[in-house]
Design a protein around this ligand. Sequence first.
Ligand code: SF4
Length: 298
Amino acid sequence: MSKCFFEAVRYDEGIIVDPLVERLKNYVEVITFCPESEFGLGTPRLPIKIYQVKGEKILLQEKTGKNLTAEMKPFLIKYISTLPPLDGALLKSKSPSCGVGTAKLYKGEKLIGKTDGLFASLLKENNPYLPLEDEGRLRDKSLYYHFLTSIFLLARLKKEVLPSDLKSLFDFHAKAKYLLKTYNEELAKKMERILADKDLSAEEKFNVYQSLLKISLKKKPEKKRHVNTLYHLAGHFIRRISSKERRNLLNLIEKFKAGSLDLTVLLEVIKSLALRFEDHYILSQIYLEPFPLELRLP
Ligand code: SF4
């Protein structure tokens, strides 16, 4: 995470108190980093901006006219190479170093668009499948849900699966089934084929599986994929509930589809049905609770 969520390292010695970071920090192991202060620009420091010059993006300290790109880039690449495997990165929005598609891009005096900050772009280059966001983008509820789902699922794979223990990978896949099908049905099937491939060792299966998981988490699923999954989940109970309950359940899914009901409400309804009918398979599905309940948005 960007260090300025925790310490006064901003150019103006400010500190950013963000409610998401405040909640999230209690559930994840945090590594903090400030590309600008740790590069040696000091705090407080002169602000920097990204300029487009002859098709290239450069980081310029406006007041001194100093182009910092050539020196900062190798410093940041070296830092990134020292990082342990990450499950995600949450950076500060709009910063010319940390912004994820939210840093201002200038051409001369003119603002011509938004782009990645230098650190964010190098992090992306180094690990294209890393869940990477800035806190500004996560105000979008569906992006927030997707980001948390991704980081917790990747962490869970590492925590629950021993690469040499095939059974633990099978167990993980069984629990992740509905979630994976929601994200990318084709890749979910490919993962199943990898698990069944007799020519691969347990470790090889784990490595390919982990790569496919990262690829499938790259893109936020469209709402219709969630609707599809919700209908599948509802199908487990549809013959076991009264016609009034059935109508109500289908009505709720349609409301979610129309945008007037939150996904988490539907997940709670499905969970209650699974509890009532003691459906342990459905209860085990990560899709019902992909990250800690306390991190759900109100
Ligand atoms: S946004 Fe990034 S570069 Fe700026 S103060 Fe925060 S951590 Fe440092």
